[in-house]
Design a protein around this ligand. Structure first.
Ligand SMILES: [Fe+2]
Length: 276
């Protein structure tokens, strides 16, 4: 089996139906089109793409139809977990034909065992609430999955970050049960990364010694306002994606790639050496 694996991560698509702007400002649909074109153009192509929640803005059927049509343009295999802006019944119906979508059960968890790395998607959402939970039932499911395969390097995906970001309004709606997740991770050294979304910014933290990454949004970003009780604001900083690269048992490397066209590339060197 190939001993390398590259996973692209996008997050927080917040797609609305055509012509509707999120928060009357953000054209999330066009932003996702740009992101998908960039994903399809990556060379070498990643092995797969994971979407860490908030595929739609309001969890409406029409929004899922819109985002599904766009995701079908992806030329790479893709997997998705729900976020707080999603609605489980509509999410399930939109992706019911995907092999990873569970056919029954309350939570939209899944696992993928087709790659050198194992992927586990965990549904941390609470209906109608912005925060996330790892209740006893979900913790038991996760513990059981991790106990099934203790050797294979594993990536765990969930929408809500299990860390304090320093952005107060987001920290009031993060994963409520980070301690419970930490207890599980302490007994699962095969987990190489925990990947999440929700905070619409690239952040790196750790939990029980495991590196935790949050992905930027594909359209709008949460304002980097670290003042106590700062307002819930967004900004149109460059959108982005993450690329998690793993080769031949080397430690995984995570890249942040902005989405969009930027000047360059230009060479550092010409025939005379370093360009002066
Ligand atoms: Fe979001």
């Amino acid at each position: 089996m190939k001993r390398s694996f590259v996973l692209a991560q996008i997050s927080d698509l917040h797609v609305r139906t055509a012509g509707r702007l999120s928060y009357r400002k953000v054209d999330t649909l066009s932003a996702l089109k740009t992101g998908i074109a960039q994903l399809n153009a990556l060379r070498p192509a990643p092995d797969a793409v994971v979407i860490t929640g908030d595929l739609t803005d309001f969890g409406k059927e029409a929004e899922y139809a819109t985002v599904r049509a766009l995701l079908d343009e992806l030329t790479l295999p893709w997997f998705a977990i729900p976020g707080n802006h999603d609605a489980r019944p509509a999410f399930r119906r939109a992706f019911v034909d995907k092999s990873w979508m569970p056919s029954e059960g309350e939570f939209l968890h899944w696992e993928v065992n087709d790659y050198p790395l194992r992927l586990i998607g965990l549904d941390s959402t609470v209906p109608e609430k912005p925060w996330g939970e790892l209740c006893e039932a979900r913790a038991a499911w996760l513990s059981a999955r991790l106990a099934e395969e203790t050797e294979k390097p594993t990536l765990l995906m969930l929408h809500h970050p299990p860390f304090i970001s320093g952005i107060d309004h987001m920290d009031r709606q993060n994963l409520k049960d980070a301690d419970r997740l930490a207890q599980i991770l302490m007994h699962a050294p095969q987990v190489m990364r925990v990947l999440c979304g929700h905070v619409h910014r690239y952040m790196v933290s750790q939990l029980a010694g495991v590196i935790v990454c949050s992905a930027p949004g594909t359209s709008h970003q949460v304002a980097a306002d670290f003042t106590p009780d700062g307002p819930a604001n967004f900004v149109l900083e460059p959108p982005g994606m993450l690329l998690h690269q793993w080769h031949d048992d080397q430690p995984m490397v995570t890249h942040y790639l902005p989405i969009g066209d930027y000047p360059g590339p230009w060479p550092f060197y010409d025939a005379q050496g370093l360009i002066d």
